[in-house]
Design a protein around this ligand. Structure first.
Ligand SMILES: Cc1ncc(COP(=O)(O)O)c(C=O)c1O
Length: 453
């Protein structure tokens, strides 16, 4: 029997949680403590069932409660829990081969790590070291896009344009920010998704020319930006960015940490536009979060620069390539393939998007609904014509978070401005109906509250 009060008190005394403080959490009665999960639903210590509409951190791709993955982990654990220095293990080798098979083009060689931030740090180091080995050591700058997120550590904390970084100054050198190709709010004034795509791609070329190609190492970007609430660029964007990178010898790093493993209705989102990046990073869906593992996979062209004793990529991480995580990843990919969860993500995602769009007619505060596969976003505005967001004083965020909670949805808004969803890919149409109905009620309650101050 779980002593819920004791666990909550202990969490308040000893635990530091993602972006939360214990004073406010104490006022709310302590953190929510989850004890079990099945599919898209989880149960807390009070026995209440919730829909986890963002599937962990858009990361529980196959859904909760897959005992086959637990069994694969247990089997590997009882045989071999780690490996002696300088050696490797069968599950890890099999995983590297499997990833080479399912990633597009000639992405062939994997550098396994433990999380998405580490994967992107590794990708940046590979890009810089690659140029150095080719006699272009001046290339160190990394172009990413405003409104994206690539991780919480080191250099990648300065990639993308999120807030909350002032505590960690000084900024990492050489991190440049290009516009996000968001057709709903095109920073470059593009009136259509195509126009926005072309102008935002052009902005990357302009930036490379302004800084000088001999200083730019890589473009780091998510094919579909999750942290901008599922921004799907116009179709021109990715082929153009690929061409621009090739034109100036800049490496293209696709951050598929959220996008990968079926999230957008393809195994990898780069496939929507037929673009093969030079380096692809992956995490979350690689094990559906059953264990922490991530990876940077590179093309043979990039890998070749590191062949030979004098060219070794100098990095070593104790837990990169852990055999038990590899066993979990292999079983997870097997489930994604055998249950066609990629196809389900495309099909149910398209249905879910339609249902969310239908909410717009009843809720004037829904400015935009967007996404692809089961990576979906809603943008909230005070005025649809001007697209003005609500001011912070309106208190949309606390009202909305409370309303979502009351509806039994585990889902938080970003500052009351956007709601992003990345549910498990085993979601059914009836699950999508259920989430839509709960969102309908929650947003209705917020709109009513805003009218009656
Ligand atoms: C696109 C993207 N890249 C990288 C990361 C960082 O991954 P992690 O939290 O595993 O370090 C995240 C995390 O949400 C992400 O969404």
């Amino acid at each position: 029997m779980v002593d819920t009060d004791q666990i909550r008190r202990s969490a308040l005394d000893h635990l530091w949680m993602n972006n939360r403080d214990w004073v406010q959490m104490a006022e709310e009665g302590g953190p929510q403590v989850i004890v079990e999960g099945d599919g898209i639903r989880v149960t807390d210590t009070d026995g209440r069932e919730w829909i986890d509409a963002n599937g962990g951190y858009a990361s529980v791709n196959v859904g909760y409660g897959r005992t086959e993955i637990a069994e694969a982990m247990r089997e590997q654990m009882s045989r071999l829990i780690y490996f002696p220095q300088g050696s490797t293990t069968e599950p890890l080798v099999n995983l590297a081969a499997k990833l080479a098979e399912i990633t597009p083009g000639n992405l062939e060689r994997s550098w396994p790590v433990t999380g998405g931030s580490e994967a992107n740090e590794t990708a940046i180091k590979i890009a810089r070291a690659y140029h150095k080995r080719r006699g272009e050591g001046g290339r160190y700058k990394i172009i990413s896009r405003r409104g994206s997120y690539h991780g919480a550590l080191g250099a990648v904390m300065w990639a993308g344009g999120g807030g909350m970084r002032e505590d960690y100054e000084p900024e990492y050198p050489g991190m440049l920010l290009a516009p996000q190709p968001n057709p709903y709010r095109c920073e470059k004034g593009g009136a259509t998704p195509s126009e926005c795509a072309v102008r935002c791609a052009q902005a990357i070329e302009d930036m490379i020319q302004f800084h000088g190609p001999s200083t730019v190492a890589a473009v780091l970007a998510e094919p579909v930006s999750a942290s901008s609430a599922a921004v799907v660029p116009g179709d021109e964007y990715w082929p153009l960015v690929r061409q621009i990178c090739d034109r100036y010898g800049v490496l293209l790093i696709a951050d598929e940490v959220i996008n990968g493993f079926g999230r957008t209705g393809k195994m990898f989102a780069s496939e929507h536009w037929g673009v093969v990046p030079d380096i692809m990073t992956m995490a979350k869906g690689l094990t559906s979060s059953y264990l922490p593992v991530a990876n940077a996979i590179v093309t043979t062209g990039v890998a070749d620069a590191f062949a030979g004793e004098d060219s070794v990529f100098k990095q070593s991480l104790t837990f990169g390539g852990h055999p038990v995580t590899a066993a979990a990843a292999l079983k997870n990919i097997e489930i994604i393939e055998s249950e066609n969860l990629v196809g389900n993500s495309a099909r149910v995602g398209a249905y879910f998007l339609e249902q969310l769009e239908s909410l717009q007619s009843d809720h004037p505060m829904i400015g935009d609904v967007r996404g692809i596969g089961l990576l979906l976003g809603i943008e909230l505005v005070q005025d649809r014509d001007t697209k003005m967001p609500y001011p912070q004083e309106a208190g949309v965020r606390p009202r909305l978070d409370q309303a979502l909670h009351d509806q039994g949805l585990i889902l938080r808004s970003a500052g009351g401005r956007t709601i992003s969803m990345g549910p498990p890919l085993c979601m059914t149409e009836s699950d999508a109906d259920e989430v839509t109905a709960r969102l309908d009620r929650a947003i209705g309650i917020v709109e009513k509250g805003l009218q009656t101050p």
